[in-house]
Design a protein around this ligand. Structure first.
Ligand code: SF4
Ligand code: SF4
Ligand code: FES
Length: 933
């Protein structure tokens, strides 16, 4: 770090006899470290987000003229100060601290962590035994093994408080505190509960912070509680494979298994992880992993959801790769040659950018049409449609970390504490610093207690509420006239349109009182810098595009875009849904959202790919493909890593479609519900077994690296796609993902200045303006990639949900995810800790509603819609409105999508997962199940 010695924010002083210039607010500890002196430290963690606390006194230094020693981790320098770190007094004081603490530690040979930071600090000061008496045996705290993932061994606790800061200040979960006094002081979870029954969300931050092994990943300890955090064979730095936050992590590999995971300093996570990223990777070693290609047996029972993933041989037989690939390709080429455009493809937002690119290329080049899509259709297609339409780009306009520079933030239709937990830590920190967090959600949620405003509006009334807020902004002239004049179009029409949405009228519709709507309008419009975040509560409606249009208009009219601390951020779901969309895994766009209908675009791609095969007609989307199968227009499919039998709305309709296919090729790591219907299954590699790049919700492109080899004969997805392409007659010769990345760069301007070699070293946010630029966190400072550089106001009208409650189906069904389970549960339900934390299919309702319906929490209830019925365990949750039920969609035994409505948003073609009319009743069933029709 360069320090400007002339700045008034710097001081010059003597450190160990050397003149040093440093910033006034730096600690002596940091300055000494920069100068090459590591001062021992225990309660201070040299990591982003950790405040020095100065409580352990392991870091004492001597300051000339001062009577007592100073704790260097919290002491800042002053002009002319003379500091000695190596003089006899501080050296012996520091040793004394270690000796005193060591007296109460388990011996190193039986330590919970034999390589803990504490033992490193002791060794650094040549201390291996203590002269002090140890704690009386009866006072030594007992092991708390109540949590499956983490072991609490307070006999090693030194009360450094790091876990408290980790939990309270870094992750803002507020579970751990110190209780008791003096000799009786101790670390406490909630009200002195065992960790496993506390409100701990298992982010593992405290474990990562603990310097002694008092808190340890349980997998690191042997039967008698002895462990060693350096006992691994290798460390592989990669990215988490779950959500769009894209946390960087380090896999610790021992005996060719992932032994545990640590968070590392990535741009979106600064070493934090959530329970899935930290404890959710053992699914890759689950016995259900597919290890050999499988071909459906000639004598297999009729296609249905009827295969046991533990024993697929009732329906499938093992095959060699050669045979399986030939079989897969022949089936598809027969349909192509006999019937034209009758093979469609679903690619995966869980795979790499390179794999997504190859997949869409294979469908487009191999079959001559654009019937290729992926799960973006089920999450943010409407958000992307509205963003492309109105600001000219489909990605976020600012990274979520920009909330650091905001003073107001709206979070609408998103539940980050469960779905983007590490992003949520930044939101909670923002609120703690005094930022105003405005939560808008029909369901109460984890961020509510951090919010300045909680607008629990009626489901499906987003447009009414947002238009009312914008009406106030117009009425009270709170809009940014200069910004509107300089950077937007269609303002007069928007203004005129909004006159029809006075809060007095909209309040009745959306259920939020007029005063609150006005207050929110004033708060957001009056903010120095405001951001808007949204999730699938906004996008998964038949009016999802309109909902997003309103949010875009709100940002534009207040000028809350294009600057630090401002912007629009749809929180993307899957780890690589941004990258897969960018790579063209969508039916209307080639890579980088270049329209298939544009002659120039097609000819540019034809030139890169060779030939002139790219079709000008937009392809079918996810739900449309299922309908086309029923209409006999699609007869074969290639599905990579998607699970439409669970994730599509009206799942029975989707399952019937899959059963009807003449040829279904499924490429996956498990025999998913979709693979039940396959004719051939190609075993592929999980994310920690492959090389490739991914792009997170922040537009940050990051490198994934293989930690372990795929099991058995399983192969990387890109390899399988290439082999299929060859058998379909394509002249593909890729032998490494880096070659695919190089080809992508030929057509994707978003990758300008980003190279494979660069990504090997660092994450890069696109756009990156030069080979040195780490990338632009904020877009559109100087205008928009639209005609005249102007963003557009697109007025939106109130549209009722496709199916409103009535006498027969009086309640509202909404669906979503839970913290521990990812999407259709194929990975997380096979991860021991995640399954332990949330083992049973459950749905949440308000306790009053449960009482009214005579349903006991914990008992099984029946939920029905016009599409079907499920039996599922009832959970009481005051956050859910009294007329609603929330059903997570991860549970196959009670699949939420049996119930959901497949009606689509006309623009984004996204189904209305967030709203269906349903009825709920008590049942005598004793387990969650889809009851026979
Ligand atoms: S694991 Fe996370 S939530 Fe649980 S106590 Fe530790 S820091 Fe707090
Ligand atoms: S927040 Fe998302 S990316 Fe980060 S560890 Fe959790 S699931 Fe993984
Ligand atoms: S490390 Fe400075 S007081 Fe603990």
């Amino acid at each position: 770090m360069m320090i400007d010695s002339n700045s008034k924010d710097t001081v010059t002083f003597l450190l160990d006899g050397v003149e040093v210039t440093a910033k006034c607010d730096e600690s002596l500890w940091e300055i000494a470290k920069r100068q090459g002196t590591l001062i021992p430290h225990l309660c201070h963690k040299d990591a982003l987000g950790y405040r020095a606390d100065g409580n352990c006194r392991a870091c004492m230094v001597e300051i000339e003229g001062e009577r007592v020693l100073a704790a260097s981790c919290i002491r800042t320098p002053s002009e002319g100060m003379v500091v000695n770190t190596q003089s006899p007094r501080p050296v012996s004081a520091r040793k004394m601290v270690i000796e005193i603490l060591m007296a109460d530690q388990p011996e190193k040979s039986t330590a919970h962590d034999q390589s803990s930071h504490f033992w490193d600090m002791a060794a650094m000061q040549d201390i291996s035994v203590s002269r002090f008496p140890s704690m009386e045996q009866q006072r030594v705290p007992l092991l708390d093994a109540s949590h499956l993932a983490m072991s609490v061994n307070l006999d090693a606790c030194i009360h450094c408080n790091l876990c408290v800061r980790a939990c309270r200040e870094v992750q803002v979960n507020d579970v751990i505190g110190m209780s008791g006094r003096g000799h009786d002081a101790k670390i406490t979870f909630d009200f002195d509960d065992p960790m496993g029954s506390s409100t701990c969300v298992a982010c593992g931050e405290c474990v990562q912070a603990c310097p002694t092994g008092a808190l340890m990943p349980a997998t690191l300890l042997d039967a008698v509680g002895v462990g060693d955090s350096k006992s691994f064979d290798r460390e592989v730095k990669s990215v988490c494979s779950y959500c769009g936050v894209g946390c960087q992590l380090s896999f610790k590999v021992k005996d060719e298994k992932i032994a545990w995971v640590d968070g590392i300093d990535g741009p979106s996570n600064e070493s934090r992880l959530c329970v899935k990223g930290r404890f959710g990777f053992d699914y890759i070693a689950h016995p259900h992993r597919l290890t050999k290609p499988l071909i459906r047996r000639d004598d297999a029972p009729a296609k249905g959801l009827n295969v046991d993933p533990a024993n697929p041989f009732t329906h499938f037989r093992e095959a060699s790769w050669e045979e399986a690939l030939d079989f897969a390709a022949k089936g598809m080429s027969r349909l192509r040659d006999d019937t034209g455009k009758r093979v469609a493809g679903f690619g995966s937002a869980k795979c790499s950018n390179e794999e997504a690119y190859l997949f869409q290329k294979l469908i487009r080049q191999g079959f001559g049409h654009n019937n290729v899509d992926h799960c973006t259709r089920l999450c943010h297609a409407s958000s992307v449609a509205a963003l492309l339409e109105n600001v000219g780009g489909g990605g976020v306009t600012a990274t979520f970390n920009e909330i650091e520079n905001a003073d107001v933030a709206i979070v609408i239709g998103a539940n980050p504490t469960e779905n983007h937990p590490v992003a949520a830590t930044y939101f909670k920190q923002f609120a703690k610093r005094g930022g105003k967090l405005i939560i808008m959600d029909p369901r109460g949620q984890g961020l509510k207690r951090h919010s300045s405003h909680m607008l629990q509006f009626r489901p499906g009334t987003d447009v009414a509420m947002l238009n009312a807020i914008m009406h106030v902004i117009v009425e009270e002239e709170l809009y940014d006239k200069q910004y509107i004049a300089g950077f937007t179009e269609n303002w007069e029409a928007m203004k005129e349109h909004l006159t029809g949405f006075p809060p007095s009228k909209m309040s009745e519709l959306c259920g939020i009182d007029e005063a609150t709507l006005r207050d929110v309008a004033r708060t957001f419009a009056g903010a120095r810098a405001g951001m808007i975040f949204w999730g699938m509560g906004v996008s998964q409606h038949i009016h999802g595009t309109d909902n997003s249009r309103c949010l875009i208009s709100l940002a534009l009219m207040t000028g809350q875009i294009g600057r630090s601390g401002t912007g629009l951020h749809p929180l993307r779901g899957q780890n690589n849904v941004q990258g897969a969309s960018d790579a063209g895994l969508i039916p209307m766009f080639l890579p980088d959202y270049q329209s298939v209908a544009d002659d120039g675009v097609r000819s540019a791609f034809n030139e890169i790919w060779g030939g002139d095969i790219i079709d000008r007609e937009k392809g079918l989307t996810v739900v449309e493909i299922m309908d086309a199968i029923h209409a006999d227009e699609i007869r074969g499919m290639y599905i990579l890593g998607e699970n439409p039998a669970m994730s599509d709305p009206d799942a029975d309709h989707a399952r019937d479609a899959l059963a009807k296919l003449e040829h279904l090729v499924v490429q996956d790591i498990f025999l998913t519900e979709t693979a039940n219907y396959a004719d051939v299954i190609l075993p592929s590699s999980a994310w920690p077994e492959k090389t490739g790049t991914v792009t997170n919700t922040n537009r940050q492109v990051q490198m994934g690296r293989p930690a372990v080899a795929p099991p058995g004969e399983a192969k990387e997805d890109w390899w399988i796609t290439v082999e299929l392409a060859r058998r379909l007659g394509l002249d593909w010769s890729y032998t490494h993902p880096s070659q695919v990345f190089a080809e992508m760069k030929l057509s994707m301007k978003s990758f300008d200045n980003i190279t494979w070699e660069r990504l090997e070293k660092e994450a890069v946010t696109y756009p990156s303006l030069s080979p040195e630029d780490p990338g632009q966190p904020i877009l559109f400072a100087d205008g928009y990639p639209r005609p005249d550089g102007r963003a557009r106001f697109t007025p939106a009208n109130v549209t009722a949900p496709a199916e409103v409650p009535d006498e027969q189906y009086p309640m509202i069904l909404t669906t979503g995810r839970q913290l521990e389970h990812w999407h259709t549960g194929s990975m997380t339900r096979r991860a021991a800790v995640l399954d332990w934390a949330e083992p049973e299919a459950n749905a949440s309702m308000h306790p009053k509603t449960l009482r009214r319906l005579g349903i006991e929490p914990g008992s099984i209830m029946k939920v029905e819609t016009r599409r079907g019925a499920i039996n599922i365990m009832a959970r009481a949750d005051r956050a859910v409105s009294e007329d609603m039920i929330f059903v997570p969609f991860a549970y196959v035994e009670a699949s939420a999508n049996i119930l959901t409505n497949p009606k689509l948003d006309p623009v984004g073609k996204i189904p209305e997962f967030k709203f269906a009319a349903c009825r709920v009743s008590a049942t005598s069933a004793d387990r969650a199940v889809e009851p026979a029709a």
